[in-house]
Write a protein of this length. Structure first.
Ligand SMILES: [Mn+2]
Length: 300
């Protein structure tokens, strides 16, 4: 690349080359998924990968909040093809792409797109033989206003509202949901019958954060963790442009604290979903981009 030029379709500070054959192993790779076909309220998360990446160019190499430079080697491999209107086909394409990443020893960071697509990277990690673990060892940390644990939504199994139910069917060690403040009775009753789903409400994040900290710290250091963030976990004041905004959410400060705890753990994958704006510089896109930037600053 020439001096004084930049590529706003690639995340800032990512490597120049995105040739997977030349990529260094044990690093992270960004994949965007511009899919929003099952969105039930606010559409537009197909623009998330573009607006989140573009917003990354307003951050410094030095991250003052953590007194750290962003010095990790990571790649931005662009967006996957999607099949609009077809959740299953889109997930199949993404799973194949993520499997290729994992086979090259690169851990996925997926930028959505709607939340249904989280299933594909988790499935790919679960199936991979390149890993020295299986899904029964994996904890999913899920930050969201919603549980996403409904069996079917509008008759569809493949939906943004059902994604954690599908993940749960893969039999992970545990799903820890944080920031919850919206649930159907069906979901709440389902959770009560399961011993590998822990729910921390938005109120819990404010009144007993130490319980969340303790819960995450209890995960063995060698055990893999996948982090899935639906940006609607934040209060709509910070992130108004989301598929399903719910008032009285958490603050970016809480996410910073959770990222700091997680950075000391064995992170195996990360996704950030549901940024639904097509406006460059929109506060939701900037806030989401900052979360990806903080993750990359903190992660080993
Ligand atoms: Mn949600």
């Amino acid at each position: 690349m020439l001096f004084n030029t930049y590529k706003p379709w690639k995340f800032a500070f990512s490597q120049e080359s995105d040739n997977i054959e030349e990529a260094e192993e044990n690093n992270w790779g960004i994949i965007g998924v511009p899919f929003d076909s099952t969105s039930s309220y606010g559409p537009g998360s197909r623009f998330g990968p573009t607006t989140v990446r573009e917003a990354s160019y307003s951050f410094e190499k030095y991250n003052i909040n953590f007194n750290k430079d962003i010095n990790i080697v990571f790649y931005d491999f662009g967006n996957t093809n999607v099949v609009y209107g077809n959740c299953k086909k889109t997930l199949a394409i993404l799973e194949e792409t993520i499997s290729e990443l994992i086979a090259n020893n690169i851990k996925p960071i997926v930028i959505g797109g709607e939340h249904s697509i989280s299933l594909a990277p988790i499935k790919a990690l679960a199936k991979s033989t390149a890993n020295d673990y299986n899904i029964e060892d994996m904890t999913i940390i899920h930050l969201d206003a919603h549980m996403d644990l409904i069996a079917e939504y509008q008759g569809e199994k493949c939906s943004h509202a059902t994604v954690m139910k599908r993940v749960h069917e893969l039999n992970p060690k545990e799903i820890i949901e944080i920031g919850i403040r919206s649930s159907s009775r069906e979901e709440k009753e389902f959770v009560e019958t399961q011993d590998n789903i822990a729910i921390f409400t938005t109120k819990d994040t404010k009144e007993r954060f130490e319980a969340i900290e303790e819960k995450i710290k209890k995960i063995k250091n060698k055990d893999p963790i996948y982090l899935s963030i639906d940006i609607d976990v934040l209060d709509p004041l910070y992130a108004p442009e989301v598929g399903n905004p719910i008032p009285n959410g958490i603050s970016p400060n809480t996410i910073e604290k959770i990222l700091e705890i997680l950075s000391k753990k064995n992170m195996t994958g990360f996704d950030l979903m549901e940024v639904a704006t097509n406006r460059l510089g929109d506060s939701t896109a900037v806030t989401a981009s900052k979360i990806v930037y903080d993750f990359l600053t903190l992660i080993k």
